[in-house]
Design a binder for this molecule. Sequence first.
Ligand code: COA
Length: 254
Amino acid sequence: MSDHLLIDRSQGVLTLTLNRADKKNALTREMYGDMGDAIAAAENDGSIRAIIIQGSADCFTSGNDVSDFIKNERTGTDSPVYRFLKAVCHASKPLIAAVNGPAVGIGTTMLLHCDLIYVAQNARLKMPFVNLGLCPEAGSSFLLPRLLGHPRAAELLLLGEEISGTRACDIGLANQALPAGQAVLDAARAAALRIAELPPSSVQLTKRLIRNGVSRTADEVMETEGEHFAQLLSGAEAKEALTAFMEKRKPVFN
Ligand code: COA
């Protein structure tokens, strides 16, 4: 178990806190594995009624660790990242996200699998897959247009446009935009505690009815995206984009 993920189980709520401040909570294989395992274990734990995924008061996550991308350590549907994605995609208990600061790549796509999303007004949501020579993941190529319509999904996925938490709320990607910091974490906790007091079977059935088969399709799309993603990750465009990030320079695509 990595100390880059803090796990708390109290008052009927499983809280996963990303804890790798020096790398802006970039997600490693170990962190994905620990998150996936904790969410999967909650499925069979009757004492857990809701799950919170959060970062710190100033950063959600900068997405997949770029040096893991460079090492190409992400492929295969049995890899830790896919274990995590499948766990969030099929979680029967409500998932609640608290987003402060940057939510890059999977930091935003994982939100598409959450049920309640609280963001800082100045949070920075971004899915720069194309910019990195990659393609959408986590079922986002299916979930995002369905949620926002094609033009907005294209703006976010083709251009890799960054949006604020306030804008994310305006377009229906989040529930509430709050002043940055503790207020966001508190709002997520308050929602989780409300859920924890509700009748659990009714909550879980309602979640399933609301998602109405979406998870099944998202899972299928995720597999297809994963194959393309793995292929692109080995390509020259991704290599240039990812190396440029690590070298703190602008990428050049010839
Ligand atoms: N993987 C690995 N390291 C990362 C990282 C990532 N996804 N994101 C940030 N870091 C590291 C930086 O390299 C830097 O390390 P250093 O101090 O050893 O140089 C440190 O975290 C701080 O990042 P920095 O970019 O200086 O912070 P910032 O506040 O200026 O910007 C972000 C924060 C999140 C906007 C910016 O780091 C970013 O855009 N990250 C890239 C995210 C990305 O492309 N993820 C993949 C998405 S698919």
